[in-house]
Design a protein around this ligand. Sequence first.
Ligand code: OX2
Length: 821
Amino acid sequence: MAAITAPHNPISATDFANEIRTELKYTQGVTPKEATVDDVYVAAATAVRKHLVDSWETTKQDMVNGNTKAVGYLSAEFLMGRQLQNALLNAGLTDQFDAAVKELGYDPKDVIDAEYEPGLGNGGLGRLAACFIDSLASLGVPAFGYGIQYQYGIFKQKFDEDGKQIETPDYWLLKENPWGHTDYNRQVHVSFGGKVEGTKWVPAWSVRAIPVDYMVPGYKSGRVNTLRLWTAKAEDELDLLTFNKSEYTKAVANQIQAETITKILYPEDSTKVGKQLRLEQQYFFVAASIQDAIRTFYPGQDKPDLTTFPQKICFQLNDTHPVIGIAELMRVLLDDYGYDWDTAWDITSHTFNYTCHTLLPEALEQWPVSLISELLPRHMQIINEIDRRFVEELKGLTSDEEKIDRMRIISTDKEPKVRMAYLATAAGQHVNGVAELHSELLKDVTLKDFSDLFPQKFTNVTNGVTPRRFVKIANPRMSDLITEGLGTDAWISDLEMLKGLVPLADDPEFVKKFAEVKKANKRDFAAFAKRKYGFDVDPNTMFNSMIKRLHEYKRQALKILSVISTYANIKSGKINPDDLVPRTVFFGAKAAPGYYLAKQTIQLINNVSRVINNDPAVKGKLAVYFPWNYNIELAENLIPATDLDEQISQAGKEASGTGNMKFALNGALTVGTLDGANVEIRNLVGAENFFLFGMNVDEVTDLYAKGYDTKGLSHDYYESDPDLKQAIDLVADGTFSDGDKDTYKDLVNDWLTKDYFMTLADFRSYMDIQSKIEETYRDEQKWARMAVLNVANSGYFSSDRSIEDYLERVWMTGPMPAHRA
Ligand code: OX2
């Protein structure tokens, strides 16, 4: 590892206050008296950014001049969260900022809150990319994040009076964006359409790709990497001739066509959306990034020797979204630089690696050949040739014709499609899943044919999360206690050191303090929830959270049915409310706008919340809150306050999960299935410190084989379990829809006839584990001890460790030598 250098910022608070004043005056042109909190935020951000510039510059120089292979992380999503606190931490300016801002007459919290959270990602995949670039910089690995500067991020979610999800556009650039530097002097061009003459591509139109650069400061590494997000602009913004004929809209048609490419993030998570515009987005950002990498590593060279390209940089394909980059690099090498096929293929196949994030077959992108032919005709020609040669190679490896057919990159159905996951697997050096179980299932099921013939390509890298944002910043009280317990704060960049807390789990004094931290965090969250949503949350109840995208496979339905069942049993007198552990259930979830059953589930949760929270019979015992517009800010506030985390997906469907890691690291206990990274969490924290329930992958497979979803077997579960029946009947009879029996009709019908994700089959097991959870929770000391052990044993889930695994198993590179000033 690179030598850890301390942040080079020994400036005083007064100096920093003066720097903020200087920015107010010279950048924003306001006096401290005129300044609003928004001004102070922009000034502070600009000031802290300047403290990072020197390291940014040396990092770039060392990257280009040194011999350490860089990593280009290609991702259609980077869900960064707010930047100010993270930048301050990594610049070593947190304390100075607090004091300086107070000196200027502001509350530091208000200044931090003035930042608008960018939502340039959907969920786990985008947040993982953000954690990874943080860890790359913190480890001192030369790296670029490459992606798209969407004008509109993930939609803003609201709920209407019926509890339905309403989506509104999220124009995050409404306010000033002090972090991104739009570098018009470094634009490149990206072409589309047209035809191929022989092998010569004659495109029909092109756009300018303009980089917006963000600094990615490492924690105590002295390194600052770059996140480069591309924005699209027209070659000619305005057609003056047309404009002068008063045809104003037509005059800016070019501009509209170009800017549409980076207008908006597709609000899909784990499912494929086959839209031409999405392919345009994908090609746009990878084509720009490849040009950028070549000019960065071969500066000023007209005829660079690109056979050395794989020694300069390797590209990580974050799921299938950037996979068209494989055809693009081939095209660049063949057409722009004149290499022969074999040389071009050798370079390309040593440059790319592919991470798969799913097991749902419908989530693997496939692009119709007709679409690629129209938008990228030369690329289609190249993919055809890759496919032809791949089939030849397969014939040398197996005589199983059916297998070869199954493995073709281009499917042979009536409307042939390019299977992007297959292209990535065929062309990449390595393919990895994102948790042990997921990687095994990839090899055994999803990409089985490939792993049979190319076993050496397959590996696993279990996901991780950055301890800077999700522990140190999000949970300052617990961080201080950990530092006190370990006698050092070195754990922030070496998370396995948390193991040192294991003995403290048997120190009643420490455990008591730990429990007090959680209580204080709960009070904080209650205040936050009141301020932000107007909720009256009781901090003296158990906080039970389920925050993630709304998907059938994640089974929010299971959770809400269990809540309904408890409620019904209290109402009917079957449960004495005084026997219950008072509990507040939190949901946070966005549903893809076109995902009907997910949206019905949202409506149901909101209405269960309305009914329960207004019923005096359960007051103080059970409450349900659904804060809208789940985002990183909410996660950072709720996770440290949570006692019990829900990870209840159907076994074999959640590739990894990363929320589960954030919760365990913040001392929440997990109730979960043997799915994704839950398996590893349970192994590490100990089975006795994890609430396991439900079917495992084999049991799920067996139940499908019996015809669970095709023969309507869920109905048997409904009939044979009175609690389940009662809960579903209440949904059907209008209890949560003002008497209207139609509102949830399709949801109920799905449960009773199909229930593909086996919510009903796992219901009883889920209810049973609740009694154990309650019994454990009643013993405060015991619960807190288990929570300490969760924290102590979860150091493995640092994204620093994930990155070290990638370095060793996939990228074959490492940190740059430490910079010597
Ligand atoms: C998500 C997966 O659903 C989740 O399990 C995983 O933790 C996360 O990626 C990061 O690896 N879109 N989002 C995902 O997969 C896809 C496809």
